[in-house]
Design a protein around this ligand. Sequence first.
Ligand code: NAI
Ligand code: MG
Length: 395
Amino acid sequence: MSKRTIVAIPGDGIGKIVLEEAIRVLDAAGFDAEYVHADIGWEFWRKEGNPLPQRTVDLLEEHKIALFGAITSKPKSEAAKELAPELADKGFIYYSPIVGLRQHFKLDICQRPCKTLKGNPLNFIRRGANGTIEEPAVDVVVFRQNTEGLYGGVEWTNPSKQVYDAFMTHPKFSKNFGWSPKDEVAISTRIFTRKYSERIIRTAFEYAKKFGYERVTLCEKPNVIRETSGMMLAICREMEKEYEGIRFNYTNIDAQMMWLTKNPETYGVIIAGNMFGDIVSDGFAGLIGGLGFACSANIGEKVAIFEPTHGSAPKYENMKPSIVNPIAMIMSACMMLDYIDETEIANNIRNAIAKVVEEGKIRAYDMMKLHGCQEVLNQGAASTKEMTDAVITAL
Ligand code: NAI
Ligand code: MG
């Protein structure tokens, strides 16, 4: 088989550390690929006024598949202050480059699996009847619409007169917000399209069918957010008829956040819009080990980017040796392998991770529930490299 080319986009902070570790595991597992480095993140914002240089977009255009670490994002005004002096006041505005990539390549399908690994000390436990301690096995895959909704970027502070006047034609706007001075109004929109709502819902149902999940849940808020959540629900209702044997139901995001700690084992595939998907996937990730274990895929029609859900964790970036858990990034790499039909290698790596976690001899600081600092290495925690080495040995 011809050698694959994978774009490696480390980004900032611990993104750089964990991506390197994932590539070590891929190599050890026999995945034959060439990695081309691509720039992204804070350094390029400061030096070039653009955290997502065009050359990175071009590399993705060419090679289609990428592994991404994490980036550092800061609010607009703080970002402006950190620009190189020669770029200051030249009209550069900071936008999150990962959100930019998702939108540029229309990576509309975000897939976030949350599956309990046996023996993980971070697994959620609850008290059962008669005071018994139960450890429910969570096996949830969240499908989050990744490009629209509240993260679509259609927003204003002190909107132009034209925009403001258009809003004023809506009776709820004029009645509830018309009293405020225009320059004190901030608006962030939540726009959904039928095309991309259908795509995320279809992908989720197909996934449930392919992998034998009996339950598909739409997690939105259709009773209050009638138009957008309402459209998602209507599409689900149409589509569920095509999937015999799959039970469909819907929950409200607020109630879902409660239910997921009461009966997480009853959920399978979850569908949500952008923001609620972000929230509910973090919720479920918390039940299976948190950020050190949460992996994800951003998949579009042509390009796909695989990344851990954690950020750049700047306070850990300069620790030598590094102590962060590489598993989320390694499992994201497994999702990439699944995507390109290298399922055997992906399963080998996942089995190796499962073995290391179950044996429990090598544990990163988060798995030992220690406060993250260099001292953890003297308290028995494995370094990032040792954690990776253990996975490689188990392979
Ligand atoms: P974060 O995910 O970077 O870190 C939060 C905390 O989670 C850390 O302090 C650490 O205790 C823990 N953690 C994260 N990754 C871990 C790992 N691999 N192993 C063990 N523990 C881990 O989120 P935070 O602190 O809110 O944001 C830091 C920066 O990252 C910000 O600039 C933020 O904008 C950015 N960010 C970027 C994301 C991305 O690139 N997709 C996603 C989330 C945040
Ligand atoms: Mg998030």
